[in-house]
Design a protein around this ligand. Structure first.
Ligand code: SAH
Length: 204
């Protein structure tokens, strides 16, 4: 998967590739779709949600570039796959999930692999998690109509935020950097995520 779907498509960051090799994706995929665990596509994880496509996980991790001592906030834990990748690159990961049963599944999947530096919290991630702010890096793994302002407030000076922003069907990956209290935004290619639902997201 890593060689054919990720490295061959231009992700060269050795830390990201090593993390992608180390995390067994099949452990984050339900029994019914196990045979597809290493295919380069999203898969259903229940409640209308998905585990993200491996190439997109690698691309977003590469853009986020979490450093060894850093604290990362993820919005949209799902089954915990992206959080597991981040756990190998950063010191501490806080991952927010709005659906309690999905969050419980993520906790179970992470614990079963002995991953102890990820905390999964049930809440509306569009509000962030001020208790542990500021964050060196923030990743939104659901489609946002715009970047939620509380997340920019909770981003550390020098920090990066990666998110799919756009309409509910297709989005553009954006990277926001905060320097000198100002933010700059760069756009990358088109992506397709499940909706971010919350106070600063889409409404139910
Ligand atoms: N990061 C996951 C992707 C999960 S899909 C992975 O590694 O595969 C996106 C998840 O975001 C879904 O589980 C959905 O329930 C959750 N979500 C949507 N809106 C949210 C919000 N406002 N706060 C927290 N989680 C949210």
């Amino acid at each position: 998967m890593v060689r054919d779907q990720i490295a061959s498509r231009g992700i060269g960051n050795p830390r990201v590739l090593a993390a992608m090799r180390a995390v067994p994706r099949h452990r984050f995929v339900p029994a019914a779709v196990q045979e597809s665990a290493y295919e380069d596509r999203p898969l259903p994880i229940g409640e209308g949600q998905t585990i993200s496509q491996p190439y997109i996980v690698a691309l977003m991790t590469d853009l986020l570039d979490p450093g060894p001592g850093e604290k990362v906030l993820e919005i949209g834990a799902g089954s915990g796959y992206q959080a597991a990748i981040l756990s190998r690159l950063a010191a501490q990961v806080v991952s927010i999930e709005r659906l309690p049963d999905i969050a419980e599944g993520a906790r179970r999947n992470l614990a079963a692999l002995g991953i102890s530096n990820v905390e999964v919290i049930v809440a509306d991630g569009t509000e962030g998690y001020p208790e542990k702010a500021p964050y060196d890096a923030i990743i939104i793994t659901a489609a946002a109509p715009s970047v939620p302002p509380p997340l920019l407030d909770q981003l550390a000076e020098g920090g990066r935020l990666v998110a799919p922003v756009g309409d509910i069907m297709v989005q553009t990956l954006v990277v926001v950097e905060k320097k000198g209290g100002k933010t700059t935004t760069r756009s990358y290619g088109g992506v397709c995520f499940v909706p971010l639902i919350g106070a600063y997201g889409w409404h139910d």
